[in-house]
Design a protein around this ligand. Structure first.
Ligand code: NAD
Length: 482
């Protein structure tokens, strides 16, 4: 079993994030009043909020890109692709299908309750808290907001204090675009989040590391609040000799080094045979050069590590294997070069912790069975990737391993498909969202049975159980016979 990840340190001093936002107590009370006012019930209101969120993103695209650059040196194109664009698409998809998703769904009824009709009705939960991390600080705060608003909830947003510029920009923009009585922003770090978690709400949606995930779950238990936990883990990549290795190397390198490796669904380590590893190593080196040039530090497209703490943690992993390429660091710039490690010790931190940075270790195994044994001996990952042309291999991986999602032939892209639920399993999380799953996640699915007064079928099966009725009941429950 891998150790759980310990990124958040309650002793870390929080950075100031500008003008103070609402306190947790004030925000939750306002959201409670907002929900009780009934304003979120009409579908027209929900659509208007989603359109307002779309305007917030589009009209402030330049400012959002600047904030992401300031926090993570995120390339503006990457910001468009992985933060703003993905949200706009999610909003459009939701607006297009929301009517259908909210329509009550008829289900068949058994003979014994005829002539009733049965329906599943989605109703909002109430007040939702969304706590987001720093690595995709716009996407991971607003993607759950889309589903929560579409389902008719009011929402308290808690951006990550580690993406300082993005957090304060969002705190400024949200009240100017969205209904203040339905969406609130609470900025801050551990003390503010602790206070927020102490409030009674109707759902908590947390994205981040598993250590804090446990804190969230404990806090939620006090009020019996349901939670969604979007956590991380070590997402493995299997590559075999049937794959187009040059293409696999390019895609794996992109997936690993986008956002300087700080992506929850990034390929965390490669599993392959020694023969394939020998062919992959030079291909990965040239793929990195293709992506970021001979000197990635000079590339405008290559990001930086979020803070000194993460930088030091990652820098400590660079000597935990044979350096195939990379290994260069610049502490002043929080720069770590795209790095490939081979011959790693599987007991070292680079293989026991989620890396969450621009380092890709290669682990060699004798073949697929050993790779599957390696994967299943560890916590269930958020994603599993395979590069193979063999359907049998893909099938074996699908049926013999468990992970939040699977990408065969491409890392990370599965989360851009709104029709695919996105979430983890086991240590990588619980619950899922995106598209219709988001609306389901932020709704209670209420069972409604409507039974007319006549004909009185119920009366026919109620006491007194005279012979005629007993015979009828027996016939109706004949399925009880062995
Ligand atoms: P982080 O440090 O920004 O923490 C996330 C949130 O938790 C923040 O809003 C922070 O204020 C709050 N928090 C931190 N410590 C707390 C405490 N002691 N009590 C209460 N709240 C606290 O981000 P992180 O956790 O370092 O993010 C990286 C992790 O998140 C990785 O494990 C990554 O895999 C995971 N992640 C998962 C997904 C996903 O969708 N499944 C997406 C991104 C990141």
């Amino acid at each position: 079993m891998t150790s759980s990840l310990a990124f958040a340190d309650p002793t870390v001093v929080n950075l100031p994030t500008g003008a103070p936002t609402d306190t947790a107590v004030v925000a939750v009370q306002r959201m409670r009043d907002g929900f009780d006012s009934g304003r979120t019930r009409p579908v027209a209101w929900r659509r208007a909020q989603l359109r307002a969120l779309r305007r917030l993103l589009v009209e402030n695209r330049a400012e959002l890109r600047d904030a992401l650059y300031a926090d993570l040196r995120k390339s503006p194109t990457e910001a468009d692709l992985t933060e703003i664009g993905i949200l706009v698409r999610e909003i459009d998809h939701t607006l297009k299908h929301l009517g259908r998703w909210l329509r009550p769904r008829r289900v068949p009824v058994p003979l014994v309750v005829l002539p009733s009709t049965a329906q599943i009705v989605r109703e909002p939960l109430g007040v939702v808290t969304v706590i987001a991390p720093w690595n995709y600080p716009v996407q991971l705060l607003f993607a759950p907001l889309i589903g929560a608003l579409a389902a008719g909830n009011t929402v308290v947003l808690k951006p990550s204090e580690l993406a300082v510029a993005t957090s304060s920009l969002i705190a400024r923009l949200v009240p100017t675009y969205l209904d203040r009585d339905a969406v609130a922003v609470v900025e801050g770090g551990v003390p503010e989040t602790t206070e927020l978690l102490a409030q009674r709400v109707d759902h908590i949606f947390y994205t981040g590391n598993g250590t804090v995930g446990r804190i969230v779950l404990r806090a939620a238990a006090l009020h019996l609040t349901p939670v969604t936990l979007e956590l991380g883990g070590k997402s493995p990549v299997w590559v075999d000799d049937t794959a187009d290795l040059a293409s696999a190397a390019r895609r794996i390198a992109w997936g690993r080094f986008v956002n300087a490796g700080q992506t929850c669904v990034a390929p965390d380590y490669l599993l392959t045979t020694p023969a394939v590893a020998a062919r992959l190593e030079p291909l990965l080196v040239s793929a990195i050069a293709e992506l970021y040039g001979a000197d990635p530090r000079a590339s405008r497209d290559y990001g930086r590590i979020v803070n000194v703490r993460q930088f030091n943690r990652l820098a400590g992993m660079l000597d935990q294997g044979r350096l195939v390429t990379g290994g260069l660091v610049d502490a002043a710039e929080l720069y770590i070069a795209p790095t490939i490690l081979a011959d790693v010790d599987v007991a070292s931190p680079v293989m026991t912790e989620e890396i969450f940075g621009p380092i890709l270790p290669i682990v060699t195994v004798s073949g697929l069975d050993e790779a599957i044994a390696f994967i299943t001996a560890r916590e269930k990952p958020l994603a599993l990737y395979a590069f193979t042309r063999s359907r049998a291999v893909a099938r074996a991986l699908l049926t013999r391993t468990s992970s939040g999602g699977v990408g065969i032939g491409a890392p990370m892209s599965h989360l851009a498909v709104p029709g695919l639920p996105f979430g983890g399993v086991g240590a990588s999380g619980m619950g899922s969202y995106h598209g219709e799953r988001s609306v389901a996640q932020f709704s209670h699915e209420k069972s409604v049975l409507r039974t007319p007064a006549h004909p009185d079928v119920l009366g026919l099966v109620a006491a007194p159980y005279v012979r005629r009725r007993t015979r009828l009941v027996r016939r109706l429950v004949s399925t009880l016979r062995p």
